[in-house]
Design a protein around this ligand. Structure first.
Ligand SMILES: C[S@@+](CC[C@H](N)C(=O)[O-])C[C@H]1O[C@@H](n2cnc3c(N)ncnc32)[C@H](O)[C@@H]1O
Length: 355
């Protein structure tokens, strides 16, 4: 950890511990809005996979792809990406090529990421991969897993996935419990790699970026330049402040945000926005973010659930809307946004709009 501290010092950061959050990054100097606080290449990463589209394992592009003729699982866009990935892929190819077609189809991005993690660890221990203070398996070991908080159904799933990883790797020194725990670490520490239009391209493990805690009112943002994760200040951050990003979409109401954080990251947020839960300005903000506009065209009010839960009342003119009517609109909006999301992630949005 001393090596990590001295590497962070060069970035104007220090590693610390907070009783309610665990590890955190604090600034040791002021940062200006827009300034890069820290950036990191992934320790391991994998592209997303869909039934209709594959991506290059190196740069995540979808163009000019050729499947590796050895393993029939991994795709590359050309020799540059293939060569850059070769040290790791040589081991991965050997392991994946032993699989029959059915098992190969079970290699989801999560399984693939875990296989890569253990192979990277092997390369690191054999000194083929040059580990640094900010890029090494010890930092992966230090990540929190929340194992005691995971429900039984999820634990069974992790155990099944761990069995498959163990079957693929066939490394005698790996234990299934540790792999299952690493799946749990992925769930609350891995990052979705997105392009500049926020389209998800893949998943990566960035052990230093993963030290940064969440706030619904963050002072920094995580963006990607290719596979490089970059943390930028979005406001002036004074010396001694905690670097905070948002793990979730901050445009949800407090209840929605808290639910998302609890389900995925297993904590209750107490940021300055969340502690206002139930207060009048929080109710007002929730109505604007997630409420429904009043039916009366001349009224700018938003509807909120009535205290007897029978309907929705406009906060401005007092007009009531039936619960069933709102439920129907909500389900139409949900199906429209799901359709839009599907079109966006499959790149067919233009086609859909033209039809
Ligand atoms: C990506 S890790 C962040 C680093 C973590 N604190 C550690 O010690 O490794 C995410 C986990 O940190 C904790 N965490 C992050 N933000 C938090 C917050 N605002 N309040 C409480 N816990 C938080 C939660 O346990 C969460 O699952």
């Amino acid at each position: 950890m001393e090596e990590l501290q001295s590497a962070l010092k060069g970035n104007g950061l220090t590693l610390s511990n907070l009783p309610e959050k665990g590890r955190c990054l604090l600034t040791t100097r002021d940062f200006h809005p827009g300034e890069v606080i820290i950036s990191q290449e992934p320790y391991v990463c994998v592209p997303n996979k869909s039934p209709v589209e594959s991506r290059c394992d190196g740069c995540f592009t979808t163009s000019n792809l050729k499947k590796c003729s050895g393993c029939h699982v991994v795709w590359y866009c050309g020799s540059t990406c293939q060569k850059l990935d070769w040290k790791l892929h040589r081991l991965e190819c050997e392991a994946l090529s032993r699989l029959d077609k059915d098992r190969r189809n079970c290699v989801t991005p999560s399984i693939h990421l875990m296989v890569k993690l253990y192979l990277q660890r092997k390369l690191q221990s054999e000194k083929v991969y040059c580990a640094t203070a900010t890029d090494n398996y010890n930092l992966v070991e230090a990540l929190g897993s929340h194992m005691p908080d995971i429900d039984e159904k999820q634990l069974v799933l992790y155990a099944q996935m761990a069995n498959l990883v163990n079957f693929i790797l066939k490394q005698p020194d790996i234990n299934i419990k540790e792999i299952a725990e690493n799946f749990s670490k992925f769930a609350c520490n891995a990052h979705t790699i997105c392009d500049s239009e926020l389209i998800p391209l893949g998943t990566g493990l960035y052990p230093v970026i993963s030290i940064i805690n969440h706030s619904c009112l963050p002072n920094s943002v995580l963006v990607f330049e290719g596979r490089l994760a970059v943390i930028r200040a979005v406001q002036h951050i004074p010396q001694g402040a905690e670097v905070l990003i948002s793990y979730i979409d901050t445009t949800g109401s407090t209840i929605t945000r808290q639910k998302a954080l609890k389900e995925r990251y297993l904590f209750t947020c107490t940021c300055p926005r969340c502690i206002k839960l139930g207060q009048s300005d929080d109710i007002q903000e929730s109505a604007v973010l997630e409420g429904y506009r009043c039916k009366d065209e001349g009224c700018n009010g938003f509807l909120l659930r009535s205290s007897d839960d029978k309907g929705f009342i406009c906060q401005q003119c007092g007009r009531v809307r039936d619960k069933e009517e709102i439920r129907k609109i909500a389900s139409e909006v949900k199906s429209m946004s799901e359709k839009a999301f599907m079109s966006l992630s499959s790149g067919s949005i233009l086609l859909d709009c033209l039809c």
